[in-house]
Design a protein around this ligand. Structure first.
Ligand code: 4AD
Ligand code: MG
Length: 468
């Protein structure tokens, strides 16, 4: 791209629109949303992604640059220099009176896919490389950025260190076996060697997968740093083609020492409420857009989340509530069975009308590392369930007792030797500790009211989809 001669700094549209006074000479760059030709001049609506609003530019036909106006179509990139003045028209406080207009990159009026009209989410997914230029996706990705920042801010304020855990791993934290294998072996024709280890000739000499959780490593780091959190990509080859599951998603996993289940619930609730409150305040215009066009009532729901304490019930109580509800569910409700999304949503959406933390789940449906309760039947697990989505957060107090942990690993049909270093943490200076995992995309669905996880990730990966 050619920088204009005697180039001055570009002013983001967000700054121009919140100016306190007129500016004699300002430089705006962006993409044209619409052009309207009137008698003697043209109106351009320009958006540069810095905020939801466009800036209106008036280009007079007496300008030498007016010659290019016929090529300034929807989607074209332009640079406009001129005066920022109070707008006589309604709908905007400021407008830009162009002195120069430069066409930086044209967009063909016939073939540019984002002509000014409403497009379906399904269509926009097929042009994910362009959809950040729409109001809806621009807003979603700005909210995504602000939410990430608010999360880092929250943990930093609470003394948690941001740590990085491996993406390539040799272990399966959740024991779910739904992992993506990473290999450098040729795609075909590799015979199993005499040793029987199929991965002998592979890069690491053993099976390698993309991480499904950084928790185990985060626990190790918490046993030295006290309070840590991860914020990283997570991969699950669940073949569930739902609106809430992605094959690649981002998870935030705090882990802290000298903490129990109650501390864990407190942290999860404080984090959720703080992040919701801050994003609501900092992305007001973008969230307003979602309230108006995507999910009426969003702002009120977010205010409730920010302002009111979450409900808390044990899994046992939750089962009783579901049974007493008189609702007809697709999946059975009975102690020992996992809660399905329909159950989770009923609790949060209909019964409590706000987020609810369900704790003390049966050990049979939870991972080996969760701390066994004295009744020997339940573990110190907790899930945060929210309206419209269901599970937002899953966490637990961790089993810190070596013998109990070893027994649980065996009970799950696994070999304690595979977890030697994890067990070492219980051999040397073991302490009560806890943590949880927040699905970042689920949080964004909550913040925007977007119903499909494919629309809160710029380039979603789901079964059968690996474009872009
Ligand atoms: O409940 P999960 O499986 O918990 C763990 O992975 C623990 N190791 C976390 C911990 O204690 N450190 O996953 C945590 C959260 C879920 O509550 C959900 O929000 C999200 O991650 N999640 C997904 N989000 C999008 N797509 C998927 N396929 C997801 N699977 C889980
Ligand atoms: Mg879970």
């Amino acid at each position: 791209m050619t920088a204009s001669a005697n180039s001055m700094a570009r002013t983001p549209v967000a700054d121009a629109l919140t100016a306190q006074a007129p500016v004699a000479d300002i430089r705006i760059c962006g993409w044209v949303r619409t052009r309207r030709d009137a008698k003697g001049f043209s109106f351009l609506e320009i958006n540069d992604g810095s905020c939801l609003a466009n800036i209106q530019c008036i280009v007079d036909e007496t300008l030498p640059a007016y010659a290019v106006i016929k090529d300034v179509n929807t989607g074209a990139a332009v640079e406009v220099r001129g005066a920022l003045v109070e707008s006589p028209g309604k709908g905007q406080k400021w407008e830009l009176r162009a002195a120069t207009l430069t066409l930086l990159g044209g967009a063909d009026a016939e073939t540019y896919p984002l002509q000014k009209k409403r497009h379906s989410d399904e269509f926009l997914r097929t042009i994910a490389h362009l959809r950040a230029r729409t109001n809806k996706f621009g807003a979603a990705f700005r909210i995504r950025s602000e939410a990430a920042y608010a999360i880092h801010e929250f943990f930093r304020e609470r003394g948690f260190f941001h740590v990085h855990t491996p993406i390539l791993t040799g272990s399966d934290c959740e024991g779910a076996g739904e992992m993506f294998r990473v290999t450098t072996l040729p795609a075909s024709g590799s015979a199993v060697p005499p040793s029987g280890n199929r991965f002998e000739a592979d890069f690491f000499g053993k099976e390698c997968n993309l991480t499904v959780s950084g928790q185990l490593e985060a626990e190790a780091l918490a046993m030295g740093l006290g309070k840590v959190y991860t914020f990283g990509p997570t991969f699950r080859a669940e073949n569930s083609n739902t609106a809430r599951h992605a094959a690649e998603f981002w998870m935030i996993e705090p882990e802290f020492a000298f903490a129990d289940l109650t501390d864990d619930m407190e942290l999860a609730e404080a984090m959720t409420r703080t992040v919701v409150a801050r994003v609501l305040e900092r992305c007001a215009a973008d969230i307003e857009l979602f309230d108006r066009f995507v999910d009426n009532g969003l702002v009120d729901r977010l205010r409730t989340i920010a302002d009111q304490p979450f409900a808390r019930v044990s899994y046992r109580e939750a089962i009783e509530l579901l049974k007493a509800s008189g609702k007809k569910f697709d999946y059975p409700v009975s102690f020992g069975l996992d809660l399905q999304t329909e159950h989770e949503r009923f609790l949060a959406e209909e019964h409590f009308g706000k987020p609810v933390i369900v704790y003390n789940y049966p050990k049979s449906i939870k991972a080996f590392y969760m701390r066994l309760n004295d009744n020997n039947e339940t573990v110190a697990a907790m899930d945060v369930l929210v309206p419209r989505i269901g599970e937002l957060i899953g966490g637990s107090q961790r089993e810190e007792r070596l013998d109990v942990l070893e027994a649980r690993i065996r009970e799950m049909g696994q070999n304690p030797d595979d977890y030697w270093w994890y067990l070492d943490l219980r051999r040397f200076g073991s302490v009560p500790h806890a943590g949880f995992g927040l699905g970042f995309e689920r949080l964004l669905m909550l913040l925007t009211g977007i119903a499909n996880i494919r629309d809160v990730v710029p380039f979603p990966r789901t079964p059968g989809n690996l474009e872009f």
